[in-house]
Design a binder for this molecule. Structure first.
Ligand code: GLP
Length: 256
């Protein structure tokens, strides 16, 4: 894992945006895995500002709430169109987001996996992290080999996400999420986390044992992971000074 610690979420998001911009320059038909939540907002703003060419890019989002139609203001469909897709030149048929209204959820999940495979797999997956270490909506105790499927949110995640809804009662209990096995097949992973409230989950994921109790810890087994943090999210890392040292002494050819 490459741990990149920056003074602010803005600085960390700029580094993440440069990594994606470089990929799109090198591979204009790249397949991106995208995330929602407040964490990637600055990244998406920066990508929009960069005016990249998205005409050949394909995207797959991590997850969606079951029962929310695409035009629901809290659906991840709505989120992605509002914060990214409507500002870039990506053709709509190259955008994929799990269908929270699917009548046959297992069949839909299988279809989503097939679509990812047919696109050639995901080149780079953007991830945030839940305060309980979840990635996508893979809550603690999720199988580390899981595929796209329905999951039930924990009480903590429903409460964490209630801030986007009018009340806790409106937060769905069920979601469709790419599995941990699905995420692990991406060729490159970019995990972002900002704020003190993410510090414990990040310390466990980066420095703790690999365990389904912190699903993000499985990323230790992935060969190409970059973790972009602000100081607050890095504040519980025991080896933070070492990660800064490594970043400051990268060989010139490795710099983005
Ligand atoms: C949600 C999403 C995750 C996201 C996480 C953190 O539950 N499903 O993909 O990483 O919560 O959200 P935030 O970035 O708002 O802290």
């Amino acid at each position: 894992m490459e741990i990149i610690i920056q003074p602010t979420p803005e600085a960390a998001s700029q580094i993440a945006a440069r990594i994606i911009a470089r990929l799109l320059r090198e591979k204009p038909n790249a397949v991106l895995g995208l995330a929602t939540g407040s964490t990637p907002l600055l990244l998406y703003q920066e990508l929009i500002r960069m005016k990249l060419d998205w005409s050949r890019v394909t995207t797959f989002n991590l997850d969606e709430y079951v029962g929310l139609p695409p035009d629901h203001p809290q659906s991840y469909h709505h989120f992605m169109h509002t914060h990214l897709f409507r500002h870039i030149n990506i053709p709509p048929n190259q955008i994929h987001i799990p269908d929270g209204m699917a009548k046959d959820i297992p069949a839909f999940c299988k279809h989503y996996e097939d679509q990812i495979a047919a696109a050639g797999g995901i080149d780079l997956q953007v991830l945030g992290i839940g305060t309980d270490g979840h990635i996508g909506f893979n809550e603690p105790s999720s199988s580390l080999a899981s595929r796209t499927r329905i999951k039930t949110l924990t009480d903590q995640t429903r409460r964490d996400n209630a801030r986007f809804f009018r009340s806790l009662d409106e937060v769905p209990y069920h979601v469709i999420t790419m599995g941990i096995g699905t995420i692990m097949e991406a060729r490159q992973i970019l995990l972002l986390a900002f704020g003190k409230h993410k510090a414990r989950a990040i310390a466990e994921a980066v420095e703790g044992p690999i365990t389904a109790m912190n699903p993000a810890s499985v990323l230790q087994l992935h060969p190409v992971v970059k973790v972009c943090l602000d100081e607050a999210a890095a504040s519980e890392l025991k080896r933070a000074d070492y990660y800064r040292w490594v970043y400051d002494h990268k060989p010139a050819w490795q710099r983005g």
